[in-house]
Ligand binder design. Sequence first.
Ligand code: ADP
Ligand code: MG
Length: 237
Amino acid sequence: MSETILSLKGVEKIFGSFRALGPVDLDVSAGERLGIIGPNGAGKTTLINCITGVYAPDKGSVHFQGRDISRIEAHKRARLGISRSFQIPRPFTGMTVLENLLVPLDYCHVDGSKAERAHAVLASVGLSGRTADASETLSQLELRKLELARALVGNPKVLIADEAMAGLSDEEIDEVLEILFALNRSGVAVIMIEHIMHAVMRFSQRIVCFETGRLIATGTSAEIADNPLVQKVYFGE
Ligand code: ADP
Ligand code: MG
């Protein structure tokens, strides 16, 4: 395995008196494909929010490339190279697909022109034919692709995809997986939070399973499928 790019130590998030997450220790390697699974309410999105800076953890630390980023703001973490796509895509309405990328590009540093960068990213997710179309005309699959494109404009080193395939058909899931595999081949670490088990198992080199805010299992896809704790969480005793 290559070097650790992202490292969580003792991370906890507490809402009122309810501990939604933690304590969690988790290291992610540069260029890794990591899957995160767990039932609804397990703390997966809260974990992502602690990594991306929506929340500061109440306890513990998040290091990125050796630097403590636990207390820095979300847009600065994004600029360092941590990006995420949202569970529910919300494109800017009244704008074209291309314009939807030019908005986040205003906050990024890019070599060359922003329009060129936007076109290149749209091509990488298979939306080249739709650049001039209104975002309202996109299908569910195309909305997911635009959401990924939006997360990719800043050239991240880590992409966190929060349920990027929910509601898609098997063929559409394959398309999104192929985009994420290609991105990973270009060197980007991809953290996939996903309920679609066959997709996350096919994609991930390593899977971690959360339940009630705790990391309860780690392993390869085969190990996770055979793990009694994971089976208990998903299928009962
Ligand atoms: P998952 O993404 O695994 O479904 P979440 O991280 O969204 O789980 O939620 C974990 C737990 O924390 C849930 O019980 C949820 O209701 C609670 N929670 C999440 N965000 C908040 C918040 N902002 N305020 C209070 N409780 C929250
Ligand atoms: Mg969630």
